[in-house]
Design a protein around this ligand. Structure first.
Ligand code: GLY
Length: 391
């Protein structure tokens, strides 16, 4: 009999190296296991309650109702953990919590409909192929979102509260993904057309020369001019609110995905450069505002890091010059978020996965705390990392 020329140790080593180069690294596996345990804990805590874990308030779990802008993130996290683990328990729970959002299809009171419906129903559709109840909710929501578009301003209105005449915030770039999907699904270009107009207007008014972004632009609904540029959640009108920079990066990356228009790729790459040049922390998890006055004691925002991480994994696929730099930066964020400095201990943190996000510091709200959207974009990053390594 011919002898095997390769000793068993060599074959085992090859196998081991192969799995090391995939996402089966100990830190990655620990992150998925921790996320799985934490979300199981939140599901048990929820029982039959209809609500959505958002953050921690006064040492209790803060739940919100379906009309809160973050309502899609908990169901969305359950879809991602189902995808990462293959565990049907999560699939059933994800479907249950997504179903609770059904009446959002009749809601027109915010631009955040994209977050609320695409992160929940959008993931359900992607992972299950959908049933007859899902698509009508998503299409009707897209119709409601474009009903907030104004021809004079060429933007979708963000908020219905406050003193502004017609406020549009950089976060609104995140709601366009639903519109791109709606045009692709229905073959009706009207949704994509609104998304493109909104993205173009935002590119014109929301960014400074260095491609940092303002948070809120107020528009005149007669002339369409920008009346004021400033912030709501950042430190000052001319500062760099960390999550806003991340929303812009993610938003223009999505615009490029769906249009292949080079100006969106350039916008995303210019924003990426601004972020990478200006996040001055050793671990790349930004302070809540890049120029917060109390740096280095200022609170961090893990959510901004998670959004940036997920966006850079995608952008690394499109960039001809900086793919490796984006990938390495994103991988460093992901490893650092998965370290004990940011990743919760199992059983702690009211079932949230990450610690140290900041929601709205000027309003003294959600400072240095877990928040559901940090968990959502962290899980999305883990999923993108895993996909990257299995290709
Ligand atoms: N979209 C609101 C926020 O980022 O806090």
């Amino acid at each position: 009999m011919r002898q095997n020329p390769y000793p068993i140790v060599f074959i085992v080593s090859l196998f081991f190296l192969g799995s090391c180069s995939s996402a089966k690294k100990p830190w990655f596996q620990n992150a998925v296991n921790t996320a799985s345990s934490q979300l199981t804990m939140q599901i048990e805590e929820m029982g039959d309650k209809i609500g959505f874990p958002r953050s921690i308030k006064a040492d209790t779990l803060r739940l919100d109702n379906i009309y809160d802008w973050t309502s899609g993130f908990f169901p969305g996290s359950l879809w991602y953990i189902y995808e990462l683990t293959g565990n049907d328990f999560f699939k059933n729970e994800a479907s249950k919590f997504t179903g609770y959002l059904h009446d959002l299809r009749y809601y027109t009171g915010t631009h955040d409909l994209g977050f609320m419906v695409y992160c929940s129903y959008g993931n359900e559709l992607r992972l299950t192929g959908g049933d007859k109840t899902i698509i009508p909710v998503m299409v009707q929501t897209a119709d409601n979102l474009i009903s907030r578009f104004n021809d004079a301003t060429q933007t979708i209105r963000s908020w219905d509260f406050g003193e502004w005449q017609y406020p549009v915030i950089i976060d609104n770039m995140m709601n366009l993904e639903l519109l791109f999907w709606a045009s692709e699904y229905t073959n009706d270009p009207k949704y994509k057309d609104v998304a493109i107009r909104h993205a173009n207007t935002t590119l014109e008014h929301h960014f400074r020369d260095d491609m940092s972004s303002y948070h809120v632009i107020d528009y005149d609904t007669i002339t369409g001019n920008a009346i004021s540029k400033g912030t709501f959640q950042g430190y000052s009108h001319e500062s760099h609110w960390a999550r806003g920079q991340a929303w812009g990066l993610y938003g223009y990356t999505v615009c490029y995905r769906h249009t292949k228009d080079e100006k969106y790729l350039k916008a995303a790459e210019d924003i990426a450069r601004f972020i990478m040049d200006n996040v001055k922390t050793d671990d790349l998890i930004p302070y809540w505002d890049y120029v917060a006055p109390d740096i280095p004691d200022a609170p961090r925002d893990a959510s901004a890091a998670a959004i940036t991480c997920s966006a850079l994994f995608e952008l690394s696929k499109y960039s001809t010059q900086h793919a490796t730099a984006y990938y390495n930066y994103a991988e460093t964020i992901l490893k650092n978020l998965s370290s004990e400095k940011y990743l919760s201990k199992v059983g702690d943190n009211f079932g949230f996965i990450l610690m140290h996000s900041t929601g709205h510091l000027p309003a003294n709200s959600e400072i240095d705390t877990p928040i559901n959207y940090a968990d959502y974009y962290y899980l999305e990053s883990l999923k993108r990392y895993k996909t990257y390594h299995s290709n």
